[in-house]
Design a protein around this ligand. Sequence first.
Ligand code: SF4
Length: 461
Amino acid sequence: MTLLRHTTDEIKPRKALTVNAAKTCQPVGAMYAALGIHRCLPHSHGSQGCCSYHRSALTRHYKEPVMAATSSFTEGASVFGGQANLLKSIETIFQVYDPDVIAVHTTCLSETIGDDIPQIVSKADDKGFIPEGKIVIHCNTPSYVGSHVTGFSNMVEGMVKYMSTKTDAESSRFNVIPGWVEPSDMRELKRLMNVLSLDTILFPDTSDVMDCPLDGTREFYPAGGTPLEDLKASGDAKATFALGAFGSKAAAETLQKKCEVPAELLDLPIGLRATDRFIDKVRTVAGIEVPDELTRERGRMVDLMSDMQQYFEGKRVALVGDPDQLIALSEFCADLDMRPVYIVSGTPGKVFEQTVLERLEERIPEVKIANGANADMFLLHQWIKQESVDLLIGNTYCKYISRDENIPLVRHGFPILDRVGHSQFPTVGYMGGIRLMEKMLDAILSTQDEECDEEKMELVM
Ligand code: SF4
């Protein structure tokens, strides 16, 4: 807290320094994606310290124990390479933990050494370490590039590379690649597809994995996750709806190339317009009618937007987090007549700024956008110091800026370490939009109640 008091409003050019990064490391995302495969054990090819960090980052956010294995590099592996460690790991994991899938991701150290994972996995297969019907997949996640979002994307693409298979079988199923969203969002996406009466393969799917019920039993592999058979069958699907350019595009395009499944790239369905685009695209591609149930849900969201517009109007908002989330969220804020003025993401990618500007449609000419390694919480704080905002939307780390600058905070994104609810209640779809509005209104109106003059205190709002 005290440290943030030294943040100045004077912005000096920085090239090699990140202060309070607005991202975390690639393997965290790869591990989260892997947990969305049924009976999968994520495997971190590196040191124990990396694996512990990735597991604890996910456990603290999801409030669930995260199981993962590690190649346990020591000095020897660091010098001579990690082949022997990974071979032994694959043999032991299948013998002791019996997963259907081992999902290997690399780390900074194994990438620097240059370990060739496909060659090692092939050797493990030759040695008979991979039982019949089981599979080892992998992705490269050096953390000196990218972020947790690119790690997630790489692992989802790895699922397609290793598992999606095209056969001659006729399929009526549709793939949905949800991007990095909460288990609650994945459940909501499945519900929406179910309301549309479509048979869906959602991958990865962390619902019933990272939000398990407490029922007195303990399963090493929870009930949820996309089964291996469904991942194979994704190669025969009629189409893929990929939600988010940063989290899902690579996998959808690879699937299109590998198995000729047409890819439809959409924003995350957060907010009214992005959800409309999602539902409309699904309707068009599948050739179906939208049922009344969904139209009524939409109507309830529009009603609330209209009722509460007077409180949203003109409110300046700062958003920080993951690019796919921010693209949709900033559009939603502008649609509520708010002013999303600062938008910061630690994930690199040239299309980010351009996409945000397209979605904002010149409605917010004063918007400042930054992403990549130097787009950090420090920069966001400096912008806020220059001209403050009425609302901050971002992860738990924003609480320091929120307190220091007395700005209400809506916790959204990853990680949320000090609250619950994010993994239980969706923010995608119309119902998710209603929840987001409730959270934003609650923050804005509570601050108004606390700070307004006594004679302006309203009972009915
Ligand atoms: S940044 Fe690299 S060394 Fe650090 S935890 Fe992540 S993978 Fe391991």
